[in-house]
Write a protein of this length. Structure first.
Length: 317
């Protein structure tokens, strides 16, 4: 991995989350309670949005220019990044909202959810998962069968078998059907909180945990996973870039794993700096949250990799 000459400086406290919105635009949020929107080509701050009363924990992008943020203040806020203030506040959770994910499923889903256009799902320390859309301030449905606070979410948008995968702050990985909203399976394959869930390829998904492990799962989530990392620092975030799995660890390290060869191929030592997260941007760049700023890294060396090669970087193995 190679650091670019772009950094994002403007937050007054730790940056906890970054989300790429497309067209060279990234949104970030953290302990200073604001969402900043940036141009990652030149590092310029475009706009700052205020409205939350506590740390911003998650950001997800809907269609058009709509963005949703989650917060430790127990709420979510819907924004238009071309506007100046929040459009709608969602405040049914009774504890910190820890994660959020877009849930615009095209295939068959439960009738309880209605129109899935601009739908999103949130997880909370209140152990509940709630479904929302951009039209109503009230939740569409609530799942409440987790035994522990929700830490991470992912929506498997398969037309035939859409699933919701949730990771808990204990070690539970829960698999939910979006056709019936039933809990299908529960795994305790990790030993500690699940810090990341992501799609690696059409047939493989990946999870990470504070137990130091990276697990690869078949996409039907019917069997126990394969572990490709079992020691080192605990993992606090996960990003997938084509065939590469990037993790940030407690030891100021970013590790790059080849998910096909199932081996570590690179390690970046940021010299005692606190890494709060690593987040995918476009097909070859990632945002690394370090304290109150964000540094942009490339998984490819721009000095030796041609544009034609970048265009063939595998995104779905």
């Amino acid at each position: 991995m190679y650091e670019t000459n772009v950094g994002l400086y403007g937050h007054k406290s730790c940056v906890m989350v970054s989300r790429y919105l497309g067209n060279g635009i990234v949104a970030t949020g953290g302990l200073d309670k604001v969402m900043n929107v940036w141009n990652i080509e030149n590092g310029n701050l475009i706009k700052t949005f205020t409205g939350h009363k506590d740390c911003i924990t998650g950001i997800c992008s809907l269609s058009g220019s709509l963005v949703v943020t989650s917060s430790d203040d127990k709420s979510l806020i819907l924004w238009d990044i071309h506007g100046v203030s929040g459009i709608r506040c969602y405040d049914e959770h009774t504890a910190s909202v820890t994660c959020i994910f877009t849930c615009m499923i095209k295939g068959p889903v439960s009738k309880s959810l209605g129109n899935t256009h601009n739908m999103f799902v949130s997880g909370s320390s209140d152990k509940c998962i709630k479904f929302w859309n951009d039209k109503k301030g009230k939740s569409l449905f609530t799942l409440n069968k987790s035994n522990a606070p929700i830490r991470s979410l992912y929506v498997k948008d398969d037309d035939e078998n859409p699933l919701l995968i949730s990771g808990s702050n204990s070690n539970e990985l829960l698999i939910w059907s979006l056709k019936t909203l039933d809990l299908l399976r529960k795994f305790s394959s990790h030993q500690d909180p699940i810090t990341g869930i992501a799609k690696f390829s059409k047939d493989i998904y990946v999870t990470t945990s504070m137990d130091k492990t990276i697990c690869l799962w078949k996409s039907n989530f019917e069997d126990e996973p394969e572990r490709i990392r079992e020691n080192g620092g605990f993992i606090n975030s996960l990003a997938v870039m084509g065939r590469y799995i990037l993790i940030s660890t407690a030891f100021s390290m970013i590790e790059v794993w080849d998910g096909i060869k199932k081996q570590k191929v690179d390690t970046i030592n940021l010299m005692n700096q606190i890494i709060l997260g690593v987040y995918p941007l476009d097909s070859f760049r990632v945002a690394v949250n370090i304290g109150n700023h964000i540094r942009i890294f490339s998984v490819l060396d721009p000095k030796v990799i041609t544009l034609s090669y970048l265009e063939t970087l595998p995104l779905d193995i």
